[in-house]
Design a protein around this ligand. Structure first.
Ligand code: CP
Ligand code: NVA
Length: 307
């Protein structure tokens, strides 16, 4: 467990918190850890270590992948819902961070405002992992990159097309384009563009091409996400109208490279952002992508806690 006189802790709040070399190493290690697990070999470097998992939003993949992952590494996970802790009753984030991080070895947080995870991290003596905020979802990108590398090799120099909202996933794809050196075409409706600072920082690697058919031209990977993210449920009806033309369907996939992959962080809404014909293809990689959440986060926990 971290103590006040330990070396400075490293957090993972954004893909930009690791260097491109560290990210590549992590993705490679994720595949190794997957092979170790499949071989039946026990690998428990985190014995007696505890991961605190703070959830202020729903989750299937993130909770299960972190909980199963740390168990496989020999450690233990604590599920902390804001409904059942003092966090939900207004205990200051700074105080919660000081207290929780004195008892656990790592903290994973899923919340609304990105500033909350930054504030928590600033007062935590244990590493903090961003498990999704309204701004970013970096853990999903570790899994997506691992999945691309496993199926198609290096993503450097490839073309990725994002179709849909300029949301937390889109922002993390922009950061991934910087860190893994690929080109990103973003097809989003006017008024739903990604954060301009995040976009500008990526330079000419990322461009907005509003029409999905044009943005998908020659793509090696097409990615989408729900039209209304968690916290935007009341906008669902309006978004169904605004995003009606922002669907990954057979016509969009016909514009890509013949061996292009399709990814979706899930949960998916068939008939909205993606058709069943695209997501349910026999060779769809979305299930590998979901499973890789666990392997890549094991690599992340190992990097943050063992080095
Ligand atoms: N992709 C993802 O983060 O899924 P959950 O919301 O189920 O955790
Ligand atoms: N953009 C989605 C991602 C879910 C994993 C959301 O924030 O709800």
């Amino acid at each position: 467990m971290a103590t006040p006189d330990s070396k400075p802790v490293r957090h993972f709040l954004s893909l930009l918190d690791l260097s491109p070399a560290e990210l590549r190493k992590l993705v490679k290690r994720a595949t190794e850890l997957k092979q170790i697990l499949r071989s039946g070999e026990l690998y428990e470097p985190l014995k007696n270590q505890t991961l605190g998992m703070i959830f202020e939003k729903s989750s299937t993949r993130t909770r299960i992948s972190f909980e199963a992952g740390i168990t496989q590494l020999g450690g233990h996970a604590l599920f902390l819902s804001s409904r059942d802790t003092q966090l939900g009753r207004g205990e200051p984030i700074e105080d919660s961070a000081r207290v929780i991080s004195r008892m656990v070895d790592c903290v994973m947080i899923r919340t609304f405002e990105h500033e909350k995870v930054e504030l928590f991290a600033a007062h935590s003596q244990a590493p903090v992992i961003n498990a999704l905020t309204d701004l970013l979802h970096p853990c999903q990108l570790l899994a997506d990159m691992q999945t691309y590398f496993e199926h198609r090799g290096d993503i450097a120099g490839k073309t990725v097309t994002w179709v849909g909202d300029g949301n937390n996933m889109c922002h993390s794809y922009i950061n991934a384009a910087r860190q893994f050196d690929f080109k990103l075409n973003i097809a989003c409706p006017k008024g739903h563009e990604p954060n301009n600072d995040i976009l500008q920082a990526a330079g000419d690697r990322c461009q907005i091409i509003h029409k999905p058919i044009e943005a998908a031209s020659g793509a090696d990977l097409v990615v989408t996400d729900v039209w209304a993210s968690m916290g935007q449920e009341e906008e669902q009806r309006q978004r169904e109208i605004t995003f009606a033309d922002y669907q990954v369907n057979d016509a969009v996939m016909a514009e890509t490279q013949p061996d292009a992959l399709f990814m979706h962080c899930l949960p998916a809404h068939r008939g909205e952002e993606v058709t069943a014909s695209v997501i349910d293809r026999p060779d769809s990689v979305v299930w590998d992508e979901a499973e890789n959440r666990m392997h890549s986060q094991k690599a992340l926990l190992e990097m943050l806690l063992c080095s």
